[in-house]
Design a protein around this ligand. Sequence first.
Ligand code: KIV
Ligand code: NA
Length: 278
Amino acid sequence: RLPVTLPRLMEKRALGEPIVMVTAYDYPSAVAVDRAGVDVVLVGDSGAMTVLGYDSTVPVSLDEILMLAKATRRGLKTPFLVGDLPFGSYEISDEQAVATAMRFVKEAGCDAVKLEGGGPTSVARARAIVSAGIPVMGHVGLTPQTATALGGYKAQGKSALAAERVARESFALQQAGCFSIVFEAIPSAVAEMIHERLEIPVIGIGAGPNVDGQVLVFHDLLGIREGRGAKFVQRYADLLDDMAAGVGAYAEDVRTGRYPGPEHGYAIEPVELAELRE
Ligand code: KIV
Ligand code: NA
């Protein structure tokens, strides 16, 4: 497989070939998604919740996400790697945003970064980072970092006025130079309508089928979590159950003496045995 590039992603949009994007946060999840042949990998700040156990994406630090991004990079060969700028790491100034994006590229080997929102601040930061030579992915609709301001984790763009806002933000992000935009939790009809008027690839999560690609959180689609998750999640495995069962079987074997067996032990060397007897 050839490495996935920005021109290749634009070509996929032009040809109507769905773009497959998924999150990863460490070496084994990266190896798994690379092997599966996905196009784009996002080190999402969702890792705050999926792998670090925070209640939301708000408290996670830049250094924590960078560590996840570095581990993910080591497990990838061909997918395009996007690093998610955590809350507080890009809002303060264009300089802060560029410095943060630079760390994702230079220290973690990311190909691009993603930031949330399409208001004036996010658009200015996207433009500054693009100007510094780093590709930027936008993210509109439900933006978890500012979910409190949105009234909680709920679908966005449901009224005409709200749909108009999502459209306006999307065009502004495209105008700022974003190479792609994530649409999260937006009515399918609204996503389709805005998608038609945009030129860059739109990746949906809870935005229906009429966009250029889909993204899901690794732990959601594989069931490495407690609870079902959002309405848009399709679960393809129940790995948390499998993990608990596997460790449970090991615990049982240790407690009953079935493990370790003779096949797991090391034999002493015959010559050493002779020396021991002396
Ligand atoms: O952090 C994340 O996983 C994301 C995707 C859901 C787009 O931002
Ligand atoms: Na995110």
